[in-house]
Design a binder for this molecule. Structure first.
Ligand code: URA
Length: 215
């Protein structure tokens, strides 16, 4: 089902003209800002009812790396910014550990509105929101993806594989190399998983330099 939606969305984006799909670098930020404003009052799913602010995403519109999480929590819902609560603080530290700042990557989520009590987003909520993320990816054109947690990975890779399996290898999403690691909120609950996350991040960093510098 999601696969079909991804295909349809890609076709739509391609049919809508090259300007839409591949905007010049200097216009990417403006385009993302326009879209964030356009979707601010989205009513496509039930999550709209409990929303304070839609969390569209933020970061470098020309980012090489895009980080994809699950969905806003309480702090994000209030501020309208992704990963600003406790999990966000850890994400910032995880990025710093591999010499990346939040400002140089782009940070987005599978769903843009907070699920009640931070439950996992339902399949229909993910499906309703997915076109927004696909649109962001088509504008930013990242060269490397990092999926934080099972919801992001399973949704985008169309799989029910578990975290252990998903972390083992590099994936491709729309031909973009993609890696999977633990969600920072999961790491806060299970500090003993941090060793594994560190190993994932080191592999990711190595691949980043390889792709960026061709080494
Ligand atoms: N968890 C996520 O997956 N995304 C956020 O933006 C915040 C917490």
């Amino acid at each position: 089902m999601l696969n079909k939606v991804i295909k349809q969305q890609l076709e739509l984006l391609l049919q809508s003209g090259i300007k839409e799909v591949y905007p010049p670098v200097c216009q990417k930020g403006q385009r993302l800002d326009e879209l964030a404003a356009r979707y601010r009052n989205c009513q496509k799913c039930e999550l709209a009812k409990g929303r304070t602010k839609l969390v569209y995403g933020e970061g470098n519109p020309d980012a090489f790396i895009m980080i994809i999480g699950e969905g806003p929590g309480a702090s994000e819902d209030l501020s309208g910014r992704p990963f600003v609560g406790k999990a966000g603080e850890l994400l910032t530290k995880m990025l710093a550990a591999i010499h990346l700042s939040r400002e140089e990557v782009y940070i987005g989520n599978i769903v843009k509105c907070r699920p009640p009590s931070n439950r996992n987003p339902l399949p229909e909520e993910r499906l309703a929101c997915l076109p927004y993320l696909l649109e962001q990816i088509s504008i930013i054109q990242p060269k490397l993806l990092l999926f934080m947690g099972l919801v992001a990975a399973q949704t985008l890779l169309q799989t029910s594989e578990n975290m252990g399996e998903l972390r083992k290898r590099e994936h491709l999403f729309q031909n973009i190399p993609a890696f999977v690691t633990y969600h920072p909120a999961a790491l806060l609950r299970n500090p003993n998983w941090k060793h594994g996350a560190w190993a994932d991040l080191q592999k990711f960093e190595q691949r980043y330099y390889q792709l960026r510098d061709g080494s």
